[in-house]
Design a binder for this molecule. Structure first.
Ligand code: IMP
Length: 430
């Protein structure tokens, strides 16, 4: 297998950073294909912690090419800041190991302004976005007025596009009672950044095509999770991009046949940041315990994550809409010491039991989980290196999950440490 896509199968924060880092050691190229700096991937290597928002996880590995595809929305200020932060931690970054697609749309300060103005106006009905301008930037892409990374080489084009953007955005700012922006406020800072950004800009689809022809291993690194997908998630409480595996092809300029294996990162319980339906959410001590033991605070916003039982119905749906071949089950150790574990196996909606999450947001709020109860384990799973090191009830829990979600466990992660990973199937070599 040469090309692997990693996606989150819940609401993000499944522990993708660690698994992607683990796989990126085996990859020649790591590609981000959607989202922006709303993502937060934490890598722990030795005793150094790296926090990434926009740069692909391969960036911390020597000899790996990191690629930001056209499906990503790029904030140039955040991009350059993150490069500097990582350099300060000793990571070497230059145009030999980092490329940005020339057709990737840019996030400008006016996008974050609009994101925040909208959220404020929505009050209690807010989406709970990261406030980073992701949604408004994608809107401008679809509305065909976005400034793209390669445009920075042409000042006249940037000025013309800024005028077009301001015509639209200032009308909205007036509506929200906010201060309007001027052309110079946008153009001058952007053009000052241009010479620093342009050296990284390249023709990504071509670079990836050549890498593929040369037999390189390519890892496509998804951000967020399936239930935050603009089409397949809990709409409208979603992010503004397609996060499912098919987007890896579109968001990097490759065909669907470029993908050999889809790995779904799946937490051994469920969490969600921001608003929206969450059928198995726990509002009691059990939920609080999961949050504390799992250190469930958002990497990007620091907000506490909502916690709940494992939802097999939701993950099975993610397996189907992504074409997941196998999952990496993460944070199993957070369940250590619990007597009973519940797993959602269906949703009751009125008189019927559903085997999937309905698309209607009204029904998503109404469904009541049908639980199956499983025995927990008292022992610690930390430090386990093989299946045989795990308590028998932990193995039973995993096997039942595999059965319910209709996908096998390829990797099992039992702590943030890289070595605490049990490999069942190597997506790159098996
Ligand atoms: P946005 O992506 O900032 O527009 O936020 C939309 C929704 O996606 C909110 O509920 C966010 O909390 C959620 N979200 C965005 N990025 C991430 C992520 O990387 N992990 C988890 N949730 C995220």
């Amino acid at each position: 297998m040469a090309n692997v896509v990693v996606v989150g199968s819940q609401w993000g924060d499944e522990g993708k950073g660690k698994i992607v880092d683990w796989l990126s050691e085996r990859a020649d190229v790591v590609v981000r294909f959607q989202g922006g700096h709303n993502a937060g991937h934490t890598l722990v290597i030795g005793n150094v912690t790296y926090k990434l928002h926009i740069l692909p996880s391969g960036i911390v590995r020597k000899g790996t090419l990191s690629v930001i595809g056209n499906g990503v929305v790029l904030d140039p200020v955040n991009f350059l800041d993150e490069i500097e932060q990582l350099r300060a931690q000793g990571v070497s970054i230059d145009t030999n190991n980092l490329v940005v697609a020339e057709n990737a749309p840019l996030i400008l300060p006016l996008h974050a302004n609009l994101d925040q103005a909208r959220e404020e106006a929505l009050g209690n009905a807010k989406i709970g976005t990261t406030g980073r301008g992701i949604g408004p930037a994608y809107e401008d892409k679809i509305a065909r007025r976005a400034i793209r990374a390669g445009d920075l080489a042409d000042r006249d084009l940037v000025v013309a596009k800024v005028d077009k953007l301001l015509f639209h955005h200032n009308a909205l700012m007036r509506g929200y009672g906010r201060t309007e922006l001027t052309r110079d406020e946008i153009v001058e800072p952007l053009m000052a950044l241009a010479p620093k950004i342009l050296p990284y800009v390249g023709t990504v689809w071509k670079i990836l095509d050549e890498a593929r022809k040369a037999g390189k291993r390519i890892l496509y690194e998804g951000a967020q999770g399936t239930m935050l997908d603009i089409d397949h998630g809990t709409y409208p409480f979603v992010t503004s991009s397609n996060v499912v595996a098919g987007q890896a092809a579109i968001g990097s300029g490759q065909g669907p046949s470029a993908i050999d294996y889809v790995l779904g990162i799946t937490k051994a319980y469920t969490t969600r940041v921001g608003s929206g339906p969450f059928p198995t959410e726990l509002h009691d001590d059990v939920g609080q315990g999961l949050g504390e033991r799992g250190h469930e605070f958002g990497t990007t916003t620091g907000r506490p994550r909502r916690c709940g039982w494992f939802d097999a119905v939701l993950v099975r749906q993610a397996v189907k809409v992504n074409g997941i071949n196998g999952i990496a089950l993460t944070k199993l150790d957070v369940l250590d010491g619990m007597d009973e574990l519940k797993v959602c196996v269906g949703y009751r909606l009125g008189d019927v039991v559903l085997d999937h999450l309905p698309a209607s947001s009204v029904e998503q709020e109404k469904v009541v989980p049908v639980y199956e109860s499983l025995q927990g384990w008292r022992e610690t799973t930390r430090g386990a290196r093989t299946w045989a090191d795990l308590p028998a009830t932990a193995v039973k829990y995993i096997k039942r999950i595999e059965e319910l979600i209709e996908a096998p466990v390829a990797l099992l992660s039992i702590s943030p440490e890289r070595d605490d990973t049990i490999l069942v199937y190597d997506p790159f070599t098996d």
